[in-house]
Design a protein around this ligand. Structure first.
Ligand SMILES: C[S@@+](CC[C@H](N)C(=O)[O-])C[C@H]1O[C@@H](n2cnc3c(N)ncnc32)[C@H](O)[C@@H]1O
Length: 261
């Protein structure tokens, strides 16, 4: 299939980076990629929280769209590839995370495990009905795993105070990730787009050992920024013009900082 050419293509080549940012609807754009052309997916789908980029008729329509994207992701991932899906729920749809999990199972993925992203500085909400939600999920799925098909690298470490650790001040990363959310200057930093911190895609990329990553809901470009940092080819798709432009700006800044390193 013919590789798409975009207006950014020339600029992208100038920066000698290995990324692509596509402005469009994932359900259309993903159809243009060949089967098994990626080996890791890292994404955070819309949460059905009533954000301005959510344009669904109702919850069923939302789930259908999430299912369609999950199906396309399954097709374009190679066997043994991991998909990391960051998702959460709220009081209106308390089962949302598990509905999304179901979509990925129904299209054929095998569930590997869940990561709890512990957002220790998330804003507390006073309620008698619901405890403040300090976590989000990152569900890990795999496509057609062979025996020993994917193996996490041993050198993915985080700090520890456990004196028994054979890695000194470090230990192998586990399934609870203590990563603060952006606060205070959140609007300045992220444009309030429900972005995840760059540590999330950085960790996922390192764990996956992927060489070619797809993020069908790339927002302001965080997954591409992580790909640039680790030198991993990354393609991001974004439907919202405003976020798409912000992503482009963020990526441009990131590449420039690389030049001056
Ligand atoms: C939860 S945000 C992802 C934020 C992203 N992880 C970041 O760090 O900026 C979901 C994003 O998906 C985009 N989106 C929603 N539906 C889409 C679709 N059908 N195709 C492409 N992008 C879509 C939204 O505009 C929004 O930016």
């Amino acid at each position: 299939m013919e590789k798409r050419l975009y207006q950014e293509e020339k600029w992208r080549k100038d920066t000698m980076s290995n990324w692509d940012l596509i402005h469009g609807d994932s359900r259309d754009v993903l159809m243009t990629f060949e089967d098994k052309s990626f080996d890791v997916c890292i994404t955070s789908p819309p949460y059905f929280f009533g954000k301005e980029y959510e344009f669904y008729k109702n919850y069923d329509d939302y789930l259908q769209q999430m299912y369609d994207v999950a199906k396309a992701i399954y097709r374009i991932l190679d066997d043994n590839s991991l998909a990391f899906i960051n998702i959460n729920a709220n009081s209106k749809n308390p089962l949302n995370s598990f509905e999304i999990l179901k979509c990925y199972l129904e299209v054929g993925f095998e569930f590997v495990q869940e990561i709890i992203w512990y957002r220790r500085n998330a804003q507390a909400v006073r309620s008698h009905k619901r405890l403040t939600d300090y976590k989000e999920y990152i569900f890990i799925f795999v496509k057609n795993p062979e025996k020993d098909g994917y193996i996490y690298p041993e050198d993915c470490l985080v700090e520890t105070i456990d004196p028994r650790s054979k890695y000194g001040r470090y230990k192998p990363i586990g399934n609870v990730w203590d990563i603060p959310v952006y606060v205070g200057n959140q609007f300045v930093k992220t444009g309030n787009t429900a972005s995840f911190p760059i540590e999330i895609p950085l960790n996922c990329l390192k764990l996956s050992r992927g060489k070619r990553c797809i993020d069908p809901f790339v927002g302001i470009g965080t997954t591409i920024l992580a790909g640039i940092e680790l030198d991993i080819e990354t393609v991001g798709i974004e439907i919202n013009s405003d976020y798409y432009s912000r992503a482009l700006k963020n990526i441009e800044k990131s590449d420039i900082s690389k030049v001056w390193q």
